[in-house]
Design a protein around this ligand. Structure first.
Ligand code: ADP
Length: 534
């Protein structure tokens, strides 16, 4: 037999918080509380003694109504109930116990001298759990009490478990509903893609609206298959960053709709794990109109600035010739500072306009035949004076490859990369420019639908300068992005050079990216299709 002292019933707690107690799984090893209702004092005495000896806590009353009040006021764990009592018999007491919220779950065992079948059936009908016939055997009573206490405890545990499950189901249902409603109603386009293979697994209606695709057209496809990003490598770099750093915030990307329209979006990507699978949650905001206005503003301001800037530079130049009078030494110094600043402003205005024209497609690629070796030589020659000034050695490992490119623009790219490498190199440092021919890649010429293989040039520019922090290797290709805010002042740059280079390469179907080790140097890689199919 079980030790009643270990039974998980808590009469005190039941008294105060009976409802919650009924569903609680809290198990406290204290004595079970048994209420005995019997109008025969000898029976009461016998049962009380027998139970008290077994460590049960016993309350005994001789009247049904008193027992009922006592059970409601302080619900016991089990009730032993006599049937034949004056004033209110056991059946009535049991019926009222079962009708009351506080006592309805308490197991009631009837004890009676009446032994015929009808009494037993009645006892069960009114809600009793068992029936013991007097005269009873002590061990039988104890065994039945024990069994019903255990059953009751298991029942309570089961109820609590079911309630918990139900609550959990409700919580999940509510969370799912909240998520679903927010996802579907979000004004920002949202997409979830698998990080392993970039396939779409969920998109919201805003995303469908922006993309122009229907749900079935998107699901299971990759962004590359749908050619959604104008610069797929830029997007891939963002995704790599998400894989490494968990998130990627507010990056400007160019998004291509089903109809081929180009939209500028601000994308934030966060790594999430769904069913154990790492996924990318991408939230984008269409800022095309905002960008258009911004670019228009910059372009108008730049145009307005360019004419007075040129006339200012002309005036300064005239002053420096001495034709208008000889300046004092201090005057010449001030003039030289003014000339440097005027030149920088002109460079800035020109770069802004250049970038704006490149981005808006107003400046198309003007391809002609040239040789990469010549472009490299021209670039190095034009930068040699700057390198000598900075005491930087320029080394070149070039090769002769005919290319069909916009020669001026590629020269501009090489010059800009060389100028940066020299600017950020220490005196005595070396800048190495190499040219290699990479394996051919597939390219679709505008004139036909067939794919052709086009050889790629791989140009690298390595320096031994201060290097670029890892997290800025991508952002430096955005306009006005500089590793150090003082770079433009100290090094005379505009923060637009690399953005222009990237635009030029994109227009050639090529790529540019950087690698760097802080304190050791940087390498800029350029992949450029030669433009001539093999
Ligand atoms: P800038 O006119 O300022 O050089 P760029 O767009 O060409 O503009 O370069 C952006 C920024 O990238 C630079 O200001 C500098 O902070 C960083 N950068 C570019 N090239 C290098 C390099 N070779 N070494 C270190 N930092 C570089």
């Amino acid at each position: 037999m079980l030790d009643p002292s270990s039974l998980p019933v808590n009469p005190t707690a039941v008294k105060t918080t009976h409802l919650s107690q009924r569903h609680s799984t809290e198990v406290r090893p204290i004595k079970a509380d048994i209420l005995v209702i019997d109008d025969t004092p000898e029976n009461l005495h016998l049962l009380s003694t027998m139970l008290s000896e077994r460590q049960y806590k016993v309350r005994s009353v001789t009247k049904g109504s008193t027992g009922l009040r006592g059970a409601i006021a302080a619900p016991p764990d089990l009730i032993l109930l006599d049937i034949n009592m004056p004033e209110m018999n056991g059946y009535e007491v049991c019926e009222q116990l079962k009708a009351h919220e506080t006592t309805c779950d308490i197991p009631v065992i009837f004890i009676s001298a009446l032994g015929d079948v009808l009494d037993k059936v009645n006892a069960f009908n009114v809600g009793g759990v068992d029936f013991i016939t007097k005269p009873f055997h002590v061990d039988e009573v104890l065994a039945r009490i024990q069994t019903h206490l255990t059953l009751h405890r298991l029942q309570q545990q089961q109820q609590a478990h079911t309630l918990r499950l139900q609550q959990e189901i409700d919580n999940r249902r509510r969370a799912e509903e909240t998520f679903k409603k927010s996802f579907n109603a979000s004004p920002s386009p949202i997409a979830v893609t698998r990080l392993s293979d970039d396939t779409f697994i969920a998109v919201n209606p805003s995303f469908l609206r922006l993309s122009g695709y229907s749900q079935p057209e998107i699901m299971g496809k990759t962004t590359a298959e749908l050619a959604m990003w104008q610069d797929q490598s830029h997007y891939q770099a963002a995704i790599s960053q998400v894989s490494l750093n968990d998130s990627f915030d507010n990056e400007e990307l160019e998004y291509k709709t089903r109809q081929g329209d180009l939209r500028i979006v601000l994308a934030s990507i966060k790594k999430i794990v769904l069913d154990g699978e790492p996924c990318a949650l991408t939230i984008i905001n269409d800022i095309t109109e905002r960008k258009r206005l911004e670019n228009e503003f910059i372009s108008v301001v730049s145009h307005e600035l360019r004419t007075p800037m040129h006339s200012l530079a002309g005036a300064l130049d005239l002053l420096s010739t001495g034709e208008l009078g000889v300046l004092t030494e201090q005057g010449q110094q001030i003039l030289s500072v003014a000339t440097t600043n005027a030149e920088r402003l002109i460079r800035l205005v020109n770069d802004i306009l250049d970038l704006e024209r490149l981005k808006s497609g107003k400046m198309s690629v003007n391809r002609s035949n040239c040789n990469i070796a010549n472009l490299v030589t021209q670039a190095v020659e034009s930068m040699q004076a700057m390198a000598d000034n900075a005491q930087v050695q320029l080394q070149v490992q070039s090769m002769s490859v005919p290319v069909t490119v916009d020669c001026d623009r590629i020269l501009q790219t090489l010059t800009n990369l060389l100028s940066n490498a020299i600017k950020f190199s220490p005196a005595g440092g070396t800048v190495l420019l190499t040219v290699e021919l990479d394996k051919p890649t597939l390219e679709e010429p505008a004139s036909s639908n067939t794919l052709q293989t086009v050889p790629q040039l791989h140009i690298t520019l390595s320096d031994q300068g201060r290097g670029i922090p890892f997290e800025q290797l991508e952002t430096i290709f955005e306009r006005f992005q500089q590793v150090d805010a003082s770079d433009s002042r100290r090094k005379g740059g505009t923060g637009l050079g690399l953005a222009i280079c990237r635009q030029i390469l994109q227009q050639h179907g090529g790529r540019i990216w950087a690698e760097s080790t802080l304190g050791q140097g940087s390498t800029f890689h350029v992949c450029l299709p030669t433009g001539s199919p093999v």
